[in-house]
Each structure stands twice: as structure tokens, then as C-alpha cells.
Design a protein around this ligand. Structure first.
Ligand SMILES: [Zn+2]
Ligand SMILES: [Zn+2]
Length: 271
């Protein structure tokens, strides 16, 4: 599997890509060409073109959850590329209107609009096998005591605004030679919950060989300490926290864990 970072808050110096507070990974795995999240703007298109990545050949688009820093790039993409026949894996709640502090922060499109653009929508509330070795995890069980319990804004359900616990939040797991490699969007459900859920689906001991994506860790608090403890016990390879991880949180993790820097243009090959 080859993963290329198309959108992240950070971009490497001297490469002249566009960074934005968003996330998008391009993944080549077997015959599949996958876009995992779509960024916030058309910068994904600019960055992909500059890297020589052809997004007109996508087979699958995955939405980790509905927030617009992961979904707002999609309409820019469907204006440029023909997505008829492309699979779109998303939890039904990812299409709901979401708001936070008076601003709409959900996906700027409906499920029907995606269908009108020819995409085949696959229910992401359940696990979805993308290839022999790559699995979308579906709705994440929340098993740890210290995460996945912080609602963020509200979402609209049957015309009523309800607190949003982000049950649409999910991730991918790749079964590599060295173990399970986790690919996350924002980890609102909790990065440790995501690892536990992936291992449960794969029927393995709770252990990940590596993780890339947003861990949603900002503060130096108990959740960060518990997460560092969990990752020390249950991961063996390198960690690539990005997007929604503060410098303070990265610094704390680096004291105990093999943390690598991530930026737009980064390529990662996992065998
Ligand atoms: Zn989010
Ligand atoms: Zn995010």
C-alpha cells in the first residue's frame, strides 16, 4: 500500500504545495485507488496535479466523518472529474447537517447530490472490505474510559438539532507484513478505541504496527496521558500524528513514542 498526503495543516518546506487545516490521503492498494477524505478546498486538486497523481482514476472515496475539513473538497473534485461508478463509503450520519458555535461545519452536500454525480454510496456504519488487506472499520465501539465522550457541536436529525457525539467517525486498517496499520481522519471516536476496534475486527491481540492521521489531541490533559500510555503498550512501529494534534501533544508523545513528522507531499509505503 502506498499512501500520499494530499492535504494536511502542515506542508514540507520547498515543495510549494498548499497546506490547509484539513486532511486528505491518496492511497494505492492493489487495483484500488482511494481518496481517504477530500480536504477543505480545491487545494487537493492542486497538490495532486503537482505530485503527478491522477484523481480522475479513483475507484473509491472514503469519508472518515462528515466535518467539512474532511468533506468540503468533494464538490470541487466532482466539478472536475467524472465520478460515475466510484464507490463512496460514508456513515449515514456523515451526510447530516452539523453546526458548532453558529457555523455550519458538516458536509456541504447531501447524499442525493452524491448519487446525482454517479457515486455508488456504501453504508459506512458497518465494516467495508476495500481490498484483501484494506478494511474500512464502520462505526467505532467506544470501549476506553478516557476518550470518545466529548460531543462537538450539534447535528440535525428529523428537523431537530441534537448534540453530536460523532458516531460517523471511522478509520481504515491495513493488514501489513509487520502488523496492522491504522489510517484515521480526526479520531473523534478516540484513537485507542479505533485501534481496539480494528484489532477486534481482525481478531488479533490489541496491537497496531503504526498509525497515521488526526488523533484529536490538543490539550495536556488526562486523555493525552492515557493515550500515551495506551500507545506505548499497544503499538510497535512508527506513529504519524497530524492534522488535529497540537504541538504540545506531539511533544508529549515524542518523549515516549517514535513520532514522525507529517506534511503534504509525504509518501509512505507499507508492505
Ligand atoms: Zn472532525
Ligand atoms: Zn478534522
Amino acid at each position: 500500500m502506498k499512501l500520499t498526503v494530499l492535504s494536511d495543516n502542515y506542508t514540507y518546506i520547498d515543495r510549494y504545495f498548499i497546506g490547509e487545516p484539513a486532511l486528505s490521503f491518496y492511497i494505492e492498494e492493489g487495483d484500488e485507488r482511494i481518496l481517504f477524505d477530500t480536504g477543505y478546498s480545491d487545494s487537493v486538486i492542486f497538490n495532486a496535479e503537482k505530485m503527478g497523481i491522477n484523481l480522475s482514476n479513483l475507484t473509491t472515496i472514503v469519508l472518515s466523518h462528515g466535518h467539512n475539513d474532511h468533506t468540503r473538497g468533494l464538490p470541487y473534485l466532482w466539478r472536475k472529474y467524472d465520478f460515475h461508478g466510484v464507490k463512496l463509503i460514508a456513515h449515514p450520519l456523515a451526510f447530516m447537517k452539523k453546526r458548532y458555535l453558529g457555523e455550519l461545519i458538516g458536509a456541504p452536500f447531501t447524499r442525493a447530490e452524491c448519487e446525482r454525480h454517479g457515486m455508488e454510496i456504501i453504508d459506512g456504519s458497518k465494516p467495508v472490505k476495500i481490498s484483501e488487506r484494506l478494511l474500512f472499520l464502520g462505526e467505532i465501539q467506544r470501549v476506553t474510559a478516557f476518550e470518545g465522550k466529548r460531543p462537538l457541536g450539534e447535528y440535525e436529525l428529523d428537523g431537530r438539532w441534537t448534540k453530536d457525539d460523532l458516531y460517523d467517525d471511522s478509520a481504515l486498517v491495513y493488514e501489513g507484513e509487520a502488523g496492522l496499520f491504522i489510517i484515521t481522519g480526526c479520531s473523534h471516536s478516540g484513537i485507542c478505541n479505533i485501534i481496539c476496534h480494528a484489532c477486534e475486527l481482525k481478531k488479533t491481540e490489541v496491537r497496531a504496527d503504526g498509525v497515521i492521521g488526526g488523533f484529536h489531541l490538543m490539550e495536556e490533559d488526562e486523555q493525552l496521558e492515557e493515550t500515551v500510555r495506551f500507545l506505548k503498550d499497544h503499538t510497535s512501529g512508527k506513529l504519524y500524528p497530524c492534522h488535529c494534534v497540537s504541538l504540545k501533544a506531539k511533544h508529549r508523545m515524542m518523549q515516549e513514542l517514535p513520532v514522525e513528522e507529517v506534511g503534504v507531499g509525504m509518501e509512505l509505503v507499507i508492505r
